[in-house]
Design a protein around this ligand. Structure first.
Ligand SMILES: Cc1ncc(COP(=O)(O)O)c(C=O)c1O
Length: 373
């Protein structure tokens, strides 16, 4: 590890394996299939750990991820953003390389464009309908008539196979207490299962009922009516999840290894070579911890400090840490790990993970980032 250049994305294998096993166990206990979202880490090696012993399906958010994971041997893929019209040819091409590629829709124009493409290419698309379970980001309003109408439109198109419904409780990240996360988890489940039942009553076959975020899947007690869950962040975890209560700081498997490049005793600060393009600018769970900064500095390997040092500001490549007086012995050249607020956004800044076990570098794993391959 001493030879690594900084900033570097360190992936702690013991913690990663523990996190992966935990969610596999959760899925088994809850009686659902686990289709982890790989956008968190964008690494085929990580996904292999996450899907061990399960059916092997994964969730992706970009074509670059889908392509890399297909090349890595994954054969059952859900592309879980409403498919952009410009990416329909990419989806058409991908569909021929896998056993199942499910695309996501929430608008009639997209359904029409998928049908048109499929008809002219003598193929069929597997389609999931996105439901807004309270997040208000994307998805049809499950209480309106639009959802059943769109589902019917997909189900009756000869070029499309209606596979089911998908929701994501992103609003769990706004919660201020564990009880609030639990309420969101129940809402995510109940709204999605209720909508699937409504479609069934209207004579539409619903095979898949897919939900899940890391905070909701960390707390939910039971999932009757749900067929699969799609958490992703849990593989790495981060400071955001620790603040929400999905994990502890000790579970965070991703850290950014950084070097102190300047110390300023008169203003009690030091600067590290990890700024926004290493840690991201995600503010974290500010509704719970207004002082969250941009990452927790692990001084001397101790993650249990009551008052951990935070990166206070970030610019593109500088991270400013306040509290030099508390960071014993820090000087130019000191190396330290920073736990990011949001692992998914931090990891996406790096080309590869430096994989460590018990403080030793054991491997290097590539990430499939970007948009086009
Ligand atoms: C559609 C969808 N499904 C699943 C996930 C995974 O959720 P999390 O990152 O909380 O694990 C995300 C994350 O944003 C998502 O957008």
């Amino acid at each position: 590890m001493e030879e690594l250049r900084t900033p570097a994305a360190l992936l702690d294998l013991d913690r990663l394996e523990r996190n992966a096993s935990w969610m596999l166990q959760r899925a088994e206990t809850l009686g659902v299939r686990l289709r982890p979202h790989v956008k968190t880490h964008k690494s085929v090696d990580v996904a292999r750990l996450q899907t061990r012993g399960q059916f092997g399906g994964i969730t992706v958010s970009t074509f670059a991820e889908a392509d890399a994971f297909v090349r890595g041997g994954f054969r059952d893929i859900t592309w879980a953003v409403p498919i952009p019209l410009s990416r329909i040819p990419d989806a058409g091409e991908l569909a021929h390389r896998v056993e199942r590629l499910q695309v996501l829709v929430d608008h009639a124009l997209t359904v029409e464009a998928l049908s048109t493409y499929a008809r002219s290419h003598s193929m069929q698309f597997d389609v999931l309908l996105k439901i807004d379970c309270g997040n208000h980001r994307a998805g049809v309003n499950p209480a309106s008539e639009d959802g059943p109408r769109l589902a019917q439109c997909i189900a009756s198109s000869p070029e499309l196979r209606f596979r089911g419904v998908l929701a994501h409780a992103g609003h769990a990240y706004d919660a201020t207490t564990r009880a609030e996360v639990e309420t969101v988890a129940e809402q995510e489940r109940d709204v999605t299962v209720g909508f699937a039942d409504r479609l069934r009553r209207a004579g539409i076959e619903v095979e898949t009922v897919s939900i899940g975020s890391t905070p909701t899947m960390a707390v939910v007690q039971s999932l009757p009516g749900v067929t699969e869950i799609r958490p992703g962040n849990y593989a790495l975890f981060d400071v955001f999840q620790a603040t929400l209560g999905s994990c502890t700081l000790d579970d965070v498997a991703l850290s950014v290894l950084t070097t102190v490049v300047g110390v300023y005793p008169d203003r009690n600060t030091f600067v590290v070579d990890a700024g926004a393009l290493a840690l991201s600018k995600d503010p974290g769970a500010r509704q719970i911890d207004p002082d969250s900064g941009y990452g927790v500095v692990v001084v001397g390997g101790d993650r249990t400090k009551a008052l951990p040092l935070r990166v206070r500001t970030v610019t593109q490549e500088h991270g400013v840490v306040v509290g030099l007086d508390r960071a014993h012995g820090v000087n130019v050249g000191t190396r330290m790990q920073i736990l990011p607020n949001h692992s998914c956004l931090a990891a996406a800044n790096f080309d590869a993970y430096s994989v460590i076990r018990k403080g030793k570098l054991v491997d290097r794993w590539a990430l499939s980032r970007g948009w086009n391959i």
